[in-house]
Design a protein around this ligand. Structure first.
Ligand code: C5P
Ligand code: C5P
Length: 438
């Protein structure tokens, strides 16, 4: 299906969601705690405020956490819901789902349901539209809200999506509305060049604790590490881009990443943090440490919240770099996977994302974090391997085998299991990956 007709079908679904919202005075929103979910929440909040609706937002790690509602109110799930058909079918009130996860089975609603998901209209929810993008289309059926394109792009970038399909349309809207600008350059966060190179997690350049390598890198590229990244000349940017590509090649990073990093940078003109990479990092960090409402307030324009969010990001980045250093040598190799089992790690998700894209790129990477009586699994692979391996399916099947739950996307999926089943689970994951890769 062409992306144009898929977008029209998506808009039709978004229209039905907007119609359902119009019939309610109060909307109870549950959204995900990551950059995409928080951006989704900010878009819905802005659109509902403008439409004069009362609402309440709660952030969840997923639908394996309990949620509440009162009969008669509208329950809206963002960045979750599609993969939980059984649970949603039990809800006894009107429901709107604005999600991009792969739907699992038919939802049999007790009341009215509007389900908006790119996968339902022939669009790939892993790369072409994230939840905040779905919310953007919904917001633009509720009213005229094109200025929210900048927020929608934060979610897409947070989920490592590409500027194709629905995202391309949002980018175009944002450029036309004058809230987004594309500049030539490299996608890196703002700051002093030396700090940027050490602290960037996306791209991860592996300079933390490697001062000598960093100085050599700067010297070879003839760059002044004390200069602000945002103030580099075109010529300096070109030298920086070349040096980064070389570094990533040496690191054995997944080459599909290069085009996402080098060439263009996005400026979000109507937001407090204008460098899109920095904005994504800051929202993401807030989500990771549980300060979702700080990020939400920042996206709604609160300057104090932005200052708090930037401090949170600075601390979180260092913590993550420390974690990467700590666990790097603990990554083990199976037949068709690499895996890492952490006891009381900070969080499985960023470790899995960064390692799988920049360090351990040859096989799917499974990271398990055991905390108390829970084991949280994050599985990641690159787009090339994901053509053969479907990690969402691997996580779902392997988790079900050991009495847990899993799902997500082909390239990025997760599961929740119990610590006593980790070994059995990993064996099953390895077996399933081998079967898919064969
Ligand atoms: O729940 P949700 O779909 O938003 O989460 C997807 C997660 O997977 C995000 O944390 C995103 O950063 C990560 N991801 C990844 N590599 C990809 C795509 C997504 O690590 N290629
Ligand atoms: O938690 P993590 O970032 O690793 O999750 C990756 C993807 O897997 C997300 O899209 C998340 O919503 C999904 N997931 C899931 N079921 C789980 C755990 C994660 O669908 N039990």
């Amino acid at each position: 299906m062409s992306s144009g007709s898929a977008i029209n079908l998506l808009r039709e679904r978004a229209r039905r969601a907007a119609d359902l919202v119009a019939r309610h005075d109060f909307i109870r929103i549950y959204t995900h705690h990551d950059a995409d979910g928080i951006s989704a929440g900010a878009i819905i909040a802005k659109a509902l405020l403008k439409a004069g609706k009362a609402f309440h937002i709660t952030f969840l790690k997923g639908l394996n956490e309990p949620f509440e509602y009162e009969q008669g109110e509208l329950l809206l799930f963002a960045d979750m819901g599609s993969g939980y058909a059984d649970l949603i079918s039990q809800v006894d009130t009107d429901v709107v789902i604005l999600d991009h996860h792969i739907p699992n089975g038919e939802i049999r609603p007790k009341r009215n349901l509007a389900h908006v998901n790119p996968h339902l209209v022939g669009m790939d929810g892993t790369f072409e539209l994230s939840a905040s993008g779905v919310c953007y289309f919904f917001a633009n059926e509720l009213g005229r809200n094109r200025e929210l394109a900048s927020v929608a792009l934060i979610g897409a970038l947070g989920d490592k999506q590409r500027m194709v399909g629905g995202n391309e349309e949002i980018l175009r809207n944002g450029l036309e509305a004058g809230v987004v600008e594309e500049r030539k350059g490299v996608s890196l966060p703002s700051g002093k060049l030396r700090d940027v190179l050490v602290q960037s997690l996306e791209p991860f350049l592996d300079f933390y604790g490697k001062e000598e390598e960093l100085e050599e890198f700067l010297e070879k590229a003839r760059l002044d590490g004390d200069k602000e990244f945002d103030e580099l000349s075109d010529e300096e940017i070109r030298r920086l881009a070349d040096a980064i590509v070389l570094r990533l090649l040496k690191m054995n990073a997944y080459t599909g990443i290069f085009s996402q990093i080098v060439g263009k940078r996005l400026i979000l003109k109507n937001l407090l943090i204008k460098n899109a990479v920095t904005a994504v990092d800051v929202v993401n960090s807030c989500g990771r440490i549980g300060a979702m409402s700080t990020a939400l307030a920042m996206l709604l324009g609160d300057v104090e919240a932005m200052n708090r969010a930037i401090r949170i990001n600075n601390e979180y980045v260092i913590q993550t770099l420390e974690e990467l250093k700590k666990w790097r040598n603990e990554v083990k190799e199976g037949f068709c996977i690499r895996y890492l089992v952490m006891e009381n790690g900070l969080s499985a998700s960023p470790i899995a994302t960064i390692f799988s894209r920049y360090v351990f790129t040859d096989k799917p990477l499974i990271v398990v974090n055991i905390k108390n009586e829970y084991a949280k699994v994050s599985a990641r692979t690159n787009e090339a391997l994901a053509e053969r391996v479907d990690l969402a399916e691997v996580m779902r099947l392997a988790a079900e085998k050991v009495g847990g739950r899993g799902g997500g996307h082909r390239v990025a999926a997760g599961a929740n299991i119990t610590p006593d089943k980790v070994e059995e689970f990993l064996k099953e994951v390895d077996r399933l990956c081998c079967a898919m890769l064969a």
